[in-house]
Write a protein that binds this ligand. Structure first.
Ligand SMILES: N[C@@H](CCC(=O)N[C@@H](CS)C(=O)NCC(=O)O)C(=O)O
Length: 206
C-alpha cells in the first residue's frame, strides 16, 4: 500500500491526498512534519512534505507523484488523452503553483511565525501576483472545470494553491486575492463540494 508522509495542514500534502482519493488508490497517512534529518531527506531530499513510499522506495514533489499515479492508475484520468490538451492542463497547473501560490508564499513567515515581511517584499508580492493571476486568467477555461470540460489535475492545483494563497493575501496583505476574478471564485466554491476535496478538508480540520 502507498504511504503518504506529511501533515494534513500542508496544501501540497492535501492535494496529493485528494489525488490518491480521486484515483481510488488505497493509502496510509503517516504523520511526518518537515525535517532536515537524514532519515527524512532520504524520503524527501528538501525535507518538505508530501512524499510517498511505494514498496520501500520514496518520491517527493506533488507533480512527480501525480505523474507516477496517473501512469500507475490511468483511470479515472486526470489529464486529457489529447497530448496537446494534456500539456495545456499542466501548463495551467504550473502557472497556478509557480506564479500565484509560490509568490503569495513569500508572506508565509508573517502568518506562520509572526516574522514581519518587509513592505518592499509586500509590494513585490502584489505586483508579481497581479502578473501571475493575469497568466492564470488567460489560461483558465472554467467551463466547468479549470482546464475544460473534465475534472483534472489543474483543478486540484487550483483548489489547494488558491486556498493557501487566498489566506496569505487576506491575512498578510489585507486584500482579497479573488477580487476581480469571479470565475476562479465560483470554481473554488464548486470544487469545495467535490467528495475527494470535501473529505480532505474535513479531515484536515478534525
Ligand atoms: N514543490 C513541492 C512543495 C512542497 C512544499 O512546499 N511543502 C511545504 C509544506 S506545504 C513544506 O514542506 N515546507 C517546509 C519547508 O519548506 O521546509 C510540491 O509540490 O510537493
Amino acid at each position: 500500500m502507498i504511504k503518504l508522509y506529511g501533515l494534513r495542514m500542508s496544501n501540497y500534502y492535501s492535494l496529493t491526498k485528494a489525488l490518491l482519493i480521486e484515483k481510488g488508490l488505497e493509502f496510509e497517512e503517516v504523520k511526518a512534519p518537515p525535517s532536515q534529518k537524514d532519515e527524512y531527506l532520504q524520503r524527501s531530499p528538501m525535507g518538505k512534505m508530501p512524499s510517498i513510499e511505494v514498496d520501500g522506495q520514496f518520491m517527493s514533489e506533488s507533480i512527480a507523484i501525480f505523474n507516477y499515479l496517473e501512469r500507475l492508475k490511468p483511470e479515472p484520468a486526470l489529464l486529457p488523452s489529447d497530448p496537446f490538451a494534456a500539456g495545456k492542463t499542466l501548463e495551467l497547473a504550473m502557472h497556478i503553483k509557480l506564479n500565484v501560490e509560490l509568490v503569495a508564499r513569500r508572506c508565509l513567515p508573517e502568518l506562520l511565525f509572526k516574522t514581519p515581511v518587509s513592505e518592499e517584499t509586500k509590494t513585490e508580492v502584489r505586483k508579481d501576483l497581479e502578473r501571475g493571476l493575469g497568466a492564470v486568467e488567460r489560461l483558465m477555461v472554467c467551463d466547468p472545470y479549470a482546464a475544460g470540460k473534465d475534472f483534472s489535475i489543474a483543478d486540484l492545483y487550483t483548489f489547494f494553491c488558491f486556498g493557501l494563497a487566498g489566506t496569505l493575501v487576506k491575512q498578510v496583505l489585507g486584500a482579497d486575492l479573488l477580487d476581480g476574478h469571479p470565475r476562479v471564485a465560483d470554481l473554488l466554491g464548486r470544487l469545495a463540494e467535490r467528495p475527494s476535496i470535501a473529505r480532505v478538508t474535513a479531515e484536515a480540520k478534525g
